[in-house]
Design a binder for this molecule. Structure first.
Ligand SMILES: [Zn+2]
Length: 89
């Protein structure tokens, strides 16, 4: 039997418990330290760790919204939503 050590993708805490399943049957976990739930493998590309960082980096390198959408594999609306979330003035 293989034991997979689950760590929180945000705070890297190992203080993690099982937290039910998603509608598709994937195991959901809850971090007891930052009280945030997460999956080990996401089906939806926009929720994968690192996607938001990629969008910001590509925007800084003058990539357009449709360009980012094609590369990352998410909709243009999601790209716009992520960029609007940033507090850039
Ligand atoms: Zn955490």
């Amino acid at each position: 039997m293989a034991i997979i050590e689950v760590k929180c993708p945000k705070c890297w805490s190992a203080h993690v418990i099982k937290y039910g399943r998603t509608s598709t049957g994937t195991q959901r976990y809850l971090c007891k330290d930052c009280k945030d739930s997460f999956l080990l493998e996401y089906t939806y590309n926009a929720y994968k760790p690192g996607t938001e960082e990629t969008i910001i980096k590509m925007t800084a390198n003058a990539s357009g919204i449709r360009d980012i959408s094609r590369v990352v594999g998410i909709s243009t609306d999601t790209v716009i939503k992520t960029l609007k979330k940033q507090n850039v003035r």
